[in-house]
Design a protein around this ligand. Sequence first.
Ligand SMILES: Cc1cc2nc3c(=O)[nH]c(=O)nc-3n(C[C@H](O)[C@H](O)[C@H](O)COP(=O)(O)OP(=O)(O)OC[C@H]3O[C@@H](n4cnc5c(N)ncnc54)[C@H](O)[C@@H]3O)c2cc1C
Length: 319
Amino acid sequence: MAKVWVFTEVSADGTPAPSALELLTKARSLGDAEAVALGPGATASAAALGAHGASTVHASDDPVFTDHLSQPAAHALHALVERHRPNLILFASTHDSRDVAGRLQARTGSALMSNATDVVSPDLARTAIAGGSQLVDVALEGPVPRLILVRPKSFAAEPSGGTAAMVPVDVEIPEELRRARRLERHEETASGPKLEEARVVVAGGRGLQDAQNFALLHELAAALGNAAVGASRAVVDAGWIAYSHQVGQTGKTVKPEVYLAFGISGALQHVVGMKGAKRIVAINKDPDAPIFRLADLGVVGDALQVLPALIAEVKARRV
Ligand SMILES: Cc1cc2nc3c(=O)[nH]c(=O)nc-3n(C[C@H](O)[C@H](O)[C@H](O)COP(=O)(O)OP(=O)(O)OC[C@H]3O[C@@H](n4cnc5c(N)ncnc54)[C@H](O)[C@@H]3O)c2cc1C
């Protein structure tokens, strides 16, 4: 049976990143799933990882993995790979995991695939090309372990009810890998649910005309509850809203119950990040806008008129 590992990011309180639970759910369908968790909180994360299918959790609470950049993690992971010879390692497409995966690849010479949307078998993964318009299966060859960076929300996290054996990671981290130290860490302050986890996403594009009009989207999200604000790349590039709100090929993938697109044309690179929404509502003044091709409900009209009317209606119904 293939040994499939999931590189797991953890919070200091022992909460594994939601992406790790998604990847473990997939990993256990491919073979014997194990997790590698490095940094404070790793040991405490073993219960949640086991409950999502990890038979073993290789864990170290050593702060060296969070105090320094990814060199110590890549070094420890490489040592574990040499010892245990997994067939495949799945990584979430986060900044830290991408860094670790790249450094590991340089040591193992394995095939490293990024931007995967599915893993078909331990040596075959799927990705979208041509702006998300086509899916291709990619065969991974060469030495094991094969390394795959998976887009978030590619799989739903489902508990398996299992428990994991916890194996402490015992790897000496050389001094020269501790030279780059993380001095500060800034968490973006945001109210409301995370974009990737919200039940409803209200997103805006260039059709909103002005950065200030994004206040209307925030007001609608607050009125709806469990809703987050998304955006097209055009408005992120224009500086109207932070990159963390960007949905699409070079932004986040969201799969909410409802996605409302205000003044977004529906370019392929945007659509690839939101087409998994259960229901899509588009508001655009151009009846030929491509977004209407995938919308369940389309409103041809001025977003700046529809938004205040919708906010008033939602507020009236919530009273
Ligand atoms: C490599 C690459 C990666 C990319 N990655 C992403 C990505 O991750 N996410 C992303 O979004 N884009 C991405 N793009 C950019 C993408 O191709 C589009 O340029 C972008 O999505 C367009 O944003 P938009 O819909 O806001 O703007 P536009 O395409 O300019 O559309 C504006 C829409 O608003 C409508 N409109 C105008 N006024 C009003 C009004 N008053 N009321 C209602 N509607 C109105 C117009 O009819 C139009 O349909 C990428 C491009 C490349 C090349």
